[in-house]
Design a protein around this ligand. Structure first.
Ligand code: AP5
Length: 197
């Protein structure tokens, strides 16, 4: 069977669910461009750009950056992309972002292909995030300012309030794929592949 030219995968799931990890591998193996809004924002912060200075306190606090900033970033990334072969990691995170993305994709003639939702219990999520911060500190690598237990719990609350409604949004459109996110990274990757067959 020939591969569809356009492919748009959106990883949904709470902080620490494994979106970035799994999106990286899927992008590599399927020749897709990964668009990680958290990485893009952290890069601006580390380079001290105007945008970085503006969003830094928001990231530190575990809150969401305003929709208009994110939508403009994504519009730029998608501009002129042909074919559209992307994985979104961390976007959209609000209904306004999802609606804006739908409009951008419609303009490009590239509908959403699938939305894997990585499901992991809350306490395991906190453990993963705190452990990532601990490991980075041990190795002398940069520690994410939001990888503390306190900020991770706030990120979970923000996810529940502002991002969880997207589960219904994508379920209603037939795109949602539930994926058990507990297990080894290989096991989770295998489950994601199963849901996309
Ligand atoms: P973002 O960078 O998107 O962070 P997040 O969603 O909170 O997600 P994480 O990166 O913590 O987790 P993940 O699900 O990607 O898991 P990962 O693979 O890293 O956003 C950061 C901030 O930017 C936001 O708080 C907000 O301020 C801002 N922002 C970003 N996008 C925005 C948007 N659209 N709108 C507004 N604001 C936005 O894995 C986590 C850890 O677990 C890693 O150490 C990993 O090695 C480990 N791990 C992964 N899988 C497994 C496994 N199967 N078993 C054991 N360990 C595992």
């Amino acid at each position: 069977m020939t591969q569809p030219r356009n492919k748009v995968v959106i990883f949904l799931g709470p902080p620490g669910a494994g979106k970035g990890t799994q999106a990286e591998r899927l992008a590599r193996e399927q020749g897709l461009t990964k668009i990680s809004t958290g990485e893009i924002l952290r890069d601006h912060v580390s380079r001290g750009t105007e945008l970085g200075q503006q969003v830094r306190p928001i990231l530190d606090a575990g809150q969401l950056v305003p929709d208009d900033i994110l939508i403009a970033l994504i519009r730029d990334r998608l501009a002129g992309m042909e074919p559209v072969r992307v994985i979104f990691d961390g976007f959209p995170r609000t209904c306004a972002q999802a609606e804006a993305l739908d409009m951008l994709l419609e303009e490009l003639g590239a509908p959403v292909t699938a939305v894997p939702l990585l499901e992991v219990p809350d306490e395991l999520l906190i453990e993963r995030i705190v452990e990532r911060g601990r490991q980075a500190a041990l190795l002398g690598e940069p520690v994410r300012s939001d990888d503390t237990e306190e900020v991770a719990r706030r990120r979970q609350e923000v996810y529940r309030e502002q991002t969880q409604p997207l589960i219904d949004y994508y379920a209603a459109r037939g795109h949602l794929r539930h994926v058990d996110g507990v297990g080894t990274m290989d096991e989770v990757y295998g489950r994601i592949q199963q849901t996309m067959r």
